[in-house]
Design a binder for this molecule. Structure first.
Ligand code: 13P
Length: 342
């Protein structure tokens, strides 16, 4: 393991107030989003959509990295350029999702465990050769009744830590993503308590597996009121609760925290990230940035709808959300005009 190379990559991924784009939807997830908009669900439409993204002019102004999926990393633009090369050419580091999804956790009704450790060492070697320099693994934690259970949190945290150690062995920066879902009636306070527990256990496992925290990134949920909770926390309350939770649990040596959006609208995700940076940036040990999928892509996907004629307009919509989030990383997003403050 070349520790300095890992540290350099991890720092680059969160430098200059830029973020990451998650464009690593598995085929079933991508197909589900296409189906909702009447877009045919084929390998070619998935390729064409990802080509639209990676060929967006100016993408590198707002992104340090983009996360691909196994099918996508093997695909090319219609001009024959691999997506990894297209991204690298735009100054964007290619990354790869390496978990293979979730399944029911035995003995824990309503809870999930993420799979993908078997054979991971060899898959990482192949992805590295293809140009990927960082990876992602997502664990899912649900709040409800008497869950999450300790068994679920610990099993997922251990898998995240084993994945992270394997990534670093392969020279790739692990993005560690424990997602506490926003579905449910839970309050902001309940989300804060669960997220704090989860992050504590995740970092304990990362330490046990000897993961170099300077050479990794954390991709957490923001601390939010459940979607079905009657009282929705304000943007400022979300920012306060999220930053308090992270300060209690994330070592200062971690270079950056790149949030998932988790189903928030593009505007709310930008506003909440902005509030955190506006209020706390100068006092935080790590960069607070974004690694959104839906909150960046959804407007572009709705414009594209699988039509060639809509590509340029969709690319503009994608750039707009990225510009907003770049401003949010500096605490300079203006929610009223949904754009950078002038
Ligand atoms: P969302 O921003 O849509 O939650 O996706 C982020 C992600 O990469 C989930 O693994």
């Amino acid at each position: 393991m070349n520790a300095q190379a890992l540290i350099d990559t991890a720092r680059r991924l969160v430098s200059d107030d830029k973020g990451l784009l998650a464009m690593d939807e598995s085929n079933p997830t991508c197909n589900r989003r296409f189906a909702q908009l009447g877009i045919p669900q084929t390998e070619e439409t998935r390729r064409a959509y990802r080509e639209l993204i990676v060929t967006t002019p100016g993408l590198g102004k707002y992104l340090n990295g983009a996360i691909l999926y196994d099918e996508t990393i093997r695909q090319r633009t219609k001009d024959g350029v691999s997506f990894c090369d297209a991204l690298s050419g735009a100054g964007i580091i290619p990354g790869i999702k390496v978990d293979i999804g979730t399944t029911d956790l035995a003995g824990c009704p309503g809870e999930k465990i993420t799979e993908g450790l078997d054979g991971l060492r060899d898959r990482l070697k192949e992805y590295f050769q293809m140009g990927a320099r960082f990876a992602k693994w997502r664990a899912v934690i649900t709040i409800g009744g008497d869950i999450p259970s300790t068994g679920c949190i610990e099993a997922n945290a251990q898998a995240l830590a084993r994945y992270a150690a394997l990534c670093q062995e392969a020279g790739m920066v692990p993005i560690v993503e424990p997602e506490v879902l926003m579905d449910g009636e839970h309050t902001l306070q309940q989300c804060a308590e669960v997220t704090e527990d989860v992050l504590r256990i995740v970092f304990k496992q990362l330490h046990a597996q000897r993961v170099l925290v300077e050479g990794m990134l954390l991709k957490p949920n923001m601390v939010l009121s459940g979607l079905a909770c009657a009282t929705q926390a304000t943007v400022a309350a979300v920012a306060d609760a999220t930053v308090s939770c992270l300060l209690r649990t994330v070592p200062a040596a971690v270079p950056g925290i790149t949030f998932l959006s988790g189903g928030q609208s593009g505007e709310l995700a930008s506003a909440r990230l902005n509030a955190m940076n506006m209020r706390f940036k100068s006092r935080l040990p790590w960069a607070l940035a974004f690694s959104f999928a839906r909150a960046v892509q959804q407007p572009a996907l709705e414009i594209w709808r699988g039509e060639w004629a809509n590509v340029v307009a969709a690319q503009q919509a994608l750039l707009h959300r990225l510009r907003c989030n770049h401003a949010a990383c500096r605490g300079e997003y203006d929610a009223a005009r949904d754009g950078p403050a002038v």
